[in-house]
Design a protein around this ligand. Structure first.
Ligand SMILES: *[C@@H]1O[C@H](CO)[C@@H](O)[C@H](O)[C@H]1NC(C)=O
Ligand SMILES: *[C@@H]1O[C@H](CO)[C@@H](O)[C@H](O)[C@H]1NC(C)=O
Length: 277
């Protein structure tokens, strides 16, 4: 009797444990499949909607399974190096995106595509951004934090800035770490707050020189043609003048010949008429 009771007790305990772990596993898988990326922490509140926190997880890439109704995504303090095209395209409700303190050196064209109407805050501070790629920000009107990146201020950057719709204050975060041309001295300055600096001036100068050379070439060609033309015609003019000088003595003869020729023409015409009838 006591043996049977012990056996029953053991059996029921094992069954209970098995059942328990099964329930745990299903809830766990369910959770992963529908609500949150691996190792990330997800929460939801009435006012803020869904939030996903994946901070400080040594991630090297942006997770691909972020639930499409997430409103806030924190991917800060990771090892992400690039934001590929359409990285967040399915997240049409995304309001805030934090990518700060990563190793991002490249934003591919269309990196934030699909977020134009929803995204309000984009944090790209403390990354490795050197060049500003306006195609990465296409359609985006968010306020972006672009501070603390090793920006290279050059003509490309100057041309790119007017091509984005980001909230204008965002661009004051582009503080030049280096510049091209180097001697222009914008290092440590916010590029947008230095309106007098024209980094394309060097390029303009070289195009100006090229224009000048081309124009000079044309000018030389025109002048030499004119000189040639005048020389050639001087010869002609001189011959013409000599001819004119000799005219008075030959005038009588030429008048005679002209009357002859008109007679000849009338004759031909008459012949023509007679032939037709
Ligand atoms: C999320 O995706 C599912 C299926 O893929 C779709 O039915 C749903 O409408 C999407 N939700 C949003 C907010 O886009
Ligand atoms: C931008 O990011 C830097 C560092 O990550 C932070 O100190 C600063 O307060 C942020 N600026 C804004 C306007 O949020």
């Amino acid at each position: 009797m006591p043996l049977a009771a012990v056996w029953l007790l053991r059996y029921s305990v094992v069954m209970c444990l098995l059942l328990h772990s099964l329930v745990l596993m299903t809830t766990c898988f369910h959770h992963a499949a529908t609500a949150c990326s691996k190792n990330c922490y997800c929460s939801e509140t009435e006012s803020e909607g869904k939030t996903m926190r994946c901070s400080n997880l040594q991630l090297t890439e942006i997770p691909e399974d972020i639930p499409n109704d997430t409103r806030r995504v924190y991917l800060d303090f990771n090892l992400i190096t690039a934001v590929p095209t359409n990285a967040f395209a399915s997240l049409t409700h995304l309001f805030e995106l934090d990518l700060s303190h990563n190793e991002i050196g490249q934003l591919e064209p269309g990196a934030f595509r699909g977020l134009g109407s929803s995204l309000q805050f984009l944090d790209l501070s403390s990354n490795k951004l050197v060049n500003f790629n306006p195609d990465a920000f296409e359609g985006l009107r968010a306020r972006a934090n672009l501070t603390n990146n090793p920006w290279l201020c050059d003509c490309n950057l100057q041309m790119a800035l007017p091509r984005v719709d980001l909230e204008p204050a965002s661009l004051t975060g582009i503080v030049c770490q280096s510049s091209d041309p180097e001697e222009i001295g914008v290092q440590g300055l916010s590029f947008l707050l230095e309106p007098d600096i024209d980094l394309c001036v060097v390029m303009k100068r070289t195009t100006d020189v090229a224009m000048l050379v081309v124009m000079f070439g044309w000018f030389t060609m025109v002048i030499s043609y004119l000189v040639y033309y005048v020389r050639a015609n001087q010869e002609d003019a001189r011959r013409h003048l000599e001819y004119l000088k000799s005219l008075p003595s030959r005038q009588g003869k030429s008048e005679e010949s002209s009357t002859i020729s008109t007679d000849a023409i009338t004759n031909i015409n008459m012949n023509g008429w007679t032939k037709q009838y």
